[in-house]
Ligand binder design. Structure first.
Ligand SMILES: Nc1ncnc2c1ncn2[C@@H]1O[C@H](COP(=O)(O)OP(=O)(O)OP(=O)(O)O)[C@@H](O)[C@H]1O
Ligand SMILES: [Mg+2]
Length: 432
């Protein structure tokens, strides 16, 4: 079945494709697409699931297996019978006439890559085979370096639209490419996330499934649900329907983080501010928070509040303040100096406003760190990624030797900071 994928397993001794269908109409619909994919049309066999089980019990499993469930009285049970004879590494695509979301979910949970509704649509088949193919070509098991501790980073915007997701995607890309760490990008903006979009990927249903069925989240689920951007970068993101609220106690998110810790060296979490309010436990095991700000009064106020929140709720987390979309001094609502005075700490990194680069990155479907190699805008991001992994590795060494970890949330009372803010901007009232 499609998980667990064992890298290096002899794909050469296997047929690339085999199908077992129940009727001639399905075979006719399937054959031209198999030819398009470069597979032999004779590999489309009659006999449905039963024939698949019989055949595979005495022969090697193909890389991609298409199986028609139309004649199966109990598809879930029969799929389990198939799993017993099918070798690991085979990606299974099922088809059937039953249009039932529950069946679909149960099939996916039992290891099926996709379930296509009959009569088969050519575009849907192409899409399913292409993603099955991509899955086969992307080794799924990532070996974490033996000595490197897991590095979890949460990227939080002090205000909406400050570029937190832009930074999260680029950071994840840099950690995977420049710092060579197997990295997961977990986009917790479930309705409006851009993690997958920014990497030109379809988000898939993984995150939505995880929220609906947290008990199903395990290593295998992670392997199946995460969408690969490259050999070392995978994304879990969603475009949940906006007519339905996300109902969760946060356990799914926590569980996902837990599993990602086991499967990757770094996790970058795009963490919307409201998630911090609703599910504060999400940062319990996060070593680094990247608080993204702009040089505006509102961002200063909320940076103060979020810094204070970290001090009270997650004092173990190192908070790095990154100012993004920074315009030339004359166009700033607040100068850097005043901003730093208000939040009573330094801004660690400053990323210039660069509309040309963000537009270019969007057009290419790449993170800005990839689209803008060598650009001045990207330089601070490269430093930030390196800073994060180095501090993480050092903190773990220090923990072993009993030293205090590098910079945690800053001190000072919230009230004091707010009065500081008011003093800096007389005329403006710091709101509660
Ligand atoms: N350094 C930059 N220069 C210019 N534009 C930028 C920069 N960084 C991000 N942007 C742009 O700002 C917009 C908002 O970015 P993004 O979606 O990353 O913000 P966000 O903080 O995640 O927003 P939301 O609150 O909706 O989650 C996007 O159009 C993005 O391309
Ligand atoms: Mg965002």
């Amino acid at each position: 079945m499609n998980a667990p994928w064992t890298p290096g397993r002899a794909a050469t001794t296997r047929e690339p494709f085999a199908a077992f269908v129940c009727d001639e109409a399905t075979a006719e619909a399937l054959r031209p697409i198999t030819v398009e994919m470069g597979w032999a049309p004779e590999k489309v066999n009659k006999g449905g699931l039963r024939n698949a089980v019989q055949t595979l019990s005495v022969s090697a499993s193909p890389n991609i297996l298409f199986v028609d469930l139309s004649e199966s009285g109990d598809p879930l049970n029969d799929i389990n019978a198939l799993a017993e004879v099918c070798e690991p590494g085979t990606v299974v695509i099922a088809a059937g006439q039953v249009n039932d979301v529950r069946l679909y979910r149960d099939l996916v949970a039992s290891g099926i890559q996709d379930y296509l509704l009959k009569p088969l649509n050519p575009d849907v088949m192409r899409e399913a085979f292409t993603s099955a193919h991509a899955m086969l070509n992307a080794p799924k098991t990532v070996e974490a370096g033996p000595d490197r501790p897991h590095c979890a980073v949460a990227v939080i915007g002090a205000r909406g639209g400050v570029g937190a997701s832009t930074l999260a995607t680029s950071l994840a890309w840099l950690l995977s490419e420049k710092n060579a760490r197997a990295t997961a990008l977990l986009d917790l903006d479930v309705h409006f996330g851009t993690g997958a979009l920014a990497l030109d990927l379809e988000p898939g249903r993984g995150l939505t499934d995880a929220i609906e069925n947290p008990s199903r989240i395990d290593g295998l689920f992670i392997e199946r649900a995460m969408v690969r951007a490259s050999e070392r970068l995978a994304v879990l993101s969603a475009e949940a329907p906006i007519h339905s609220p996300v109902v969760t106690d946060g356990s799914a998110f926590f569980q996902l983080q837990e599993e990602m810790r086991g499967a990757f060296e770094c996790t970058v979490i795009d963490l919307p501010r409201n998630m911090l309010v609703q599910h504060p436990h999400l940062v319990a095991d996060v070593q680094t928070a990247v608080l993204t700000v702009e040089f505006t009064l509102a961002a200063a106020r909320d940076a103060i509040r979020i810094l204070s929140w970290f001090k009270s709720n997650a004092p173990q987390t190192r908070v790095i303040v990154v100012a993004n979309r920074v315009q030339p001094a004359a166009q700033l609502e607040i100068s850097r100096k005043d901003f730093e005075g208000s939040i009573e700490r330094a801004v660690d990194y400053v990323i210039p406003y660069d509309a040309k680069l963000t537009a270019q990155a969007a057009k290419l479907g790449k993170p800005i760190a990839d689209a803008g190699k060598g650009s001045k805008t990207v330089l601070p991001l490269i430093e930030l990624a390196t800073d994060i992994v180095e501090a993480n590795d050092t903190a773990t060494e220090d923990a072993a030797t009993g030293k205090k970890p590098k910079g945690t949330a800053t001190g000072g009372s919230l009230l004091g900071k707010l009065s500081g803010l008011t003093a800096k901007f007389p005329g403006k009232t710091a709101k509660k």
